[in-house]
Design a protein around this ligand. Structure first.
Ligand SMILES: [Zn+2]
Length: 152
């Protein structure tokens, strides 16, 4: 008999579900959660998902995400769902949204790009080429970025 994995439900906080398998630690990075923050966090990696094959889940207690954090999560986990929990009830559940163009969030990997200019850099702008798997193209120099986790 297969053992079912149970994760303790949280009273208040956020459950980020349907994270692309392997991206949970990058989600923690986006949320700036590390050993020093003291946040109560549960991370589940590579669990079976009917919809996705495998997925990761992150639960953060006593915290609701800022819109800019949700926007960044969409870039690495376009299927993620954000569940906001208050008094043990899911009061809000929504899918992240990956826009067609993204301004000011991703740093271009090309050091010669005008968005990386030392003097008067322009605000970075990326075009979403593919949502799943994610692929982005710099509007200025056309450099492609697949995994943006190192460029946020
Ligand atoms: Zn560029």
């Amino acid at each position: 008999m297969e053992k079912e994995l149970k994760v303790v439900p949280i009273k208040n906080g956020t459950v980020i579900d349907h994270i692309t398998a392997g991206q949970a630690l990058n989600v923690l990075k986006i949320l700036e959660i590390n050993a020093r923050t003291g946040a109560v966090v549960s991370v589940v990696m590579n669990v079976r998902s009917k919809k996705m094959g495998r997925k990761d889940i992150v639960k953060v207690e006593d915290r609701e995400l800022k819109p800019e954090e949700v926007d960044k999560i969409a870039l690495i986990a376009p299927n993620a769902t954000i569940n906001i929990i208050r008094d043990s009830e899911v009061i809000e559940k929504h899918k992240v949204y990956l826009p067609k163009s993204i301004e000011g969030i991703i740093r271009c990997a090309n050091p010669n790009c005008i968005s990386n200019a030392e003097r008067e850099p322009v605000i970075s702008k990326f075009i979403t080429v593919s949502e799943n798997p994610p692929l982005f193209r710099c509007f200025y120099c056309e450099r492609m970025i697949e995994d943006v986790s190192g460029y946020l």
